[in-house]
Design a binder for this molecule. Structure first.
Ligand code: PAF
Length: 306
């Protein structure tokens, strides 16, 4: 198959690398990242290691799927740009946050949106270089629950490239589960400034945040079973990763807290309840963004060589 990875940061670059083993992949991202890939290849370290060579310039040919991996606050803008450039191709969102599919559908039309989640842990080391720090499964699904031919084809293509992928008939539930996982892991690691694995010491807090998110999801009609157990599993598998939110904070960048914890708090509010953990996490992390915390950047840049 022919895939466009649109908005390649850490996770998008990992997908570009893995998919390029078996498929045609065009990677679209920040110019400095693309230039580094053109110069040295896309360098992946960690549990996947190698130098990969996805296409970096579009040759005008038709692609099958745009995999959107931008930050959630950029979804609408990125969808508009990608659609203008590449025409009417379906989008698969592998982003964090709750509203991406709705935003894409508004621009590209409902039939051109596929939902997805992935639990890989990936750290952006520098332009052209990422670290695959933890395995996780990927789940994709049609928004209306049908198991369509295109969904089967995409899952097969991902699995062939070594990306363990399942098809779900309840992708909206999976997206909620992922948002709850992120609300606990990304929220807490950002405040505590630690790798995901450190959260094993904060099980009680993780559980309370997961319970709160599950309660809000239930109000929306989604039963999220075992959110805490699933979150602990992701923590263990991505123990060596810095969550994407903490990576953003360490770089002084805007985070996805509004689209994750903020959105859970908003939905709770709509149902007349207060999601206290999510409210506090959102407020604290927004404040940290304003302060522009730069600590820890050197820790994240693992050194090359001995
Ligand atoms: O956003 C992230 O960092 C990731 O979704 C995950 C799975 C929590 C791993 O760090």
């Amino acid at each position: 198959m022919k895939f466009i990875i649109y908005g390649a940061g850490a996770l998008g670059s990992l997908f570009a690398a893995l998919l390029s083993r078996k498929h045609d992949v065009l990677i679209v991202g920040r110019e400095k990242h693309i230039e580094a890939i053109e110069k040295n290849g896309l360098i992946v370290e960690g549990i996947t290691s190698g130098v990969f060579h996805p296409e970096t310039r579009w040759d005008g040919s038709q692609y099958d799927l745009i995999i959107l991996t931008t930050k959630a606050y950029d979804t609408s803008q990125a969808t508009k740009e990608a659609r203008k450039k590449f025409g009417e191709i379906p989008f698969l969102s592998l982003q964090n946050g709750l509203k991406n599919e709705e935003k894409i559908a508004k621009i590209a039309g409902e039939k051109n949106v596929i939902g997805g989640i992935t639990n890989h842990g990936v750290t952006f080391l520098e332009y052209g270089r990422i670290k695959h720090a933890g395995y996780g499964e990927t789940v994709i699904g049609e928004m209306d629950g049908r198991v369509s031919d295109r969904i089967r084809k995409i899952a097969k293509a991902f699995n062939e490239a070594g990306i363990k992928t399942m098809v779900s008939e309840k992708i909206k539930e999976e997206i909620w589960r992922k948002a709850i996982i992120n609300s606990a892991i990304n929220g807490l690691t950002s405040i505590l400034k630690c790798k995901n694995g450190e959260l094993i010491k904060y099980k009680n807090l993780v559980k309370e945040i997961c319970d709160e998110g599950s309660m809000v999801a239930r109000k929306e009609g989604f039963t999220i079973e075992n959110a805490f157990e699933k979150t602990m599993e992701v923590i263990e598998r991505t123990a060596d990763n810095y969550s994407s939110m903490l990576q953003d904070i360490m770089k002084g960048k805007k985070t996805e807290v509004e689209e994750i914890n903020g959105e859970i708090a908003k939905v709770a509010n709509k149902h007349g309840i207060k999601a206290c953990y999510n409210i506090v996490l959102t407020k604290m992390i927004k404040e940290m963004e304003n302060v522009g915390t730069q600590v820890g950047l050197l820790v994240i840049k693992s050194r090359r060589g001995p």
